[in-house]
Design a protein around this ligand. Structure first.
Ligand code: XMP
Length: 315
């Protein structure tokens, strides 16, 4: 049986003994990186530097919220806006694995620069068990190269520390509750961000569409949860399918993209089933998205695929 308090105590002790020098962490503001940063911060205080990279594939207002959280946690931090660089490097990239590798690699390069400037020796990562299991550990097939591990070049000079490596998400949440972190119940958000919620090329125009659609899905589901109409799914978001279909907008022919809504129930993300969302909530989401995105979107579908055979994210 997992004991979160004991885990916290033992981790801080181990981290104090392992990290001799300055360390860097990528801080996304999700449960994994927030728990990791909090543990390491307790162990080595301001020798930990948190870096938040705005890849341009973040959710609405996310980077501002992350900054508020880093301040609240008392972290020593930097924010780097790399959005243009990301958009430029992904403009023609269609293959999901190629996208993931480019995003991960770029992330590491940005980090290496900060690491050199700050003269750090350690790279702290919020990797949890499903991240490396599904990235292929030599025994299993590579399902997807998860961001945290996919981009790591073999010759990387920083020493890697992954305090949550053996934990599953439910255990990480338990640790977050023990540490009294406000993000304990936050839904997971993948490292490659909205780039893997756009099928094919993740261009700036398309990100703006999927960002708004994701915001609407989150807002409507959060509202329905707080009104007691449904329980909070494990994850809930929108995916942009840039295939055009014919519709009607006002009294004119429309020819726009499709949005898929994905909401799933899971315990550890290794398997999931699609959520049973009340039709009334789906209806509100559909109307909000088509009203807000006008002629760009004229079709909304609900994804009814379990994992397996699907995965949570579409790419
Ligand atoms: P899949 O799509 O593989 O997702 O069924 C399982 C869980 O992992 C999240 N996910 C990621 N998390 N880096 C991450 O940190 C990634 O590259 C990544 N890809 C997927 C996904 O949102 C789900 O919670």
């Amino acid at each position: 049986m997992f004991n979160a308090e004991k885990f916290v105590e033992e981790s801080i002790y181990k981290l104090k003994n392992t990290i001799k020098g300055k360390a860097l962490i990528a801080f996304s503001g999700g449960v994994d990186s927030t728990v990791t940063a909090t543990l390491v911060n307790k162990a080595i205080r301001d020798k930990l530097i948190a870096v938040h990279v705005d890849t341009g594939y973040m959710r609405k207002n996310e980077s501002q919220q992350v900054e508020t959280l880093m301040k609240k946690l008392g972290l020593n931090y930097h924010i780097i806006d790399a959005s243009k660089e990301y958009y430029d490097s992904l403009i023609n990239i269609v293959d999901p694995e190629e996208k993931r590798k480019i995003i991960g690699e770029k992330f590491i390069r940005i980090f290496e620069k900060v690491a050199q400037k700050e003269e750090v020796d350690f790279l702290i990562q919020g990797t949890i068990a499903p991240d490396w299991i599904e990235s292929g550990d030599g025994l299993r097939d590579t399902i997807k190269s998860h961001h945290n591990v996919g981009g790591l070049p073999k010759e990387m000079k920083l020493k890697i520390v992954e305090p949550l490596r053996d934990l599953y998400k439910d255990e990480v949440r338990e640790v977050a509750r023990t540490l009294k972190l406000s993000v304990a119940e936050r839904q997971p958000f993948p490292g490659p961000g909205l780039a893997i919620r756009i099928i094919g090329a993740a261009t700036k125009d398309r990100v703006e569409i999927v960002r708004e659609a994701c915001f609407i899905v989150e807002t409507e589901i959060d509202a329905a949860v707080s009104k007691g109409k449904m329980t909070r799914p494990w994850q809930y978001f929108a995916v942009l399918i840039p295939i055009k279909t014919v519709g009607v907008h006002g009294d004119k022919r429309a020819y726009g993209y499709t949005i898929a809504i994905r909401a799933v129930e899971s315990i550890d993300a290794m398997t999931c089933s699609y959520s049973n969302i009340p039709h009334e909530v789906l209806d509100r989401i559909s109307i909000q998205i088509t009203n807000s995105l006008g002629e760009k979107i004229n079709r909304i579908v609900y994804d009814i695929t379990h994992k397996p055979p699907g995965t949570v994210e579409w790419e």
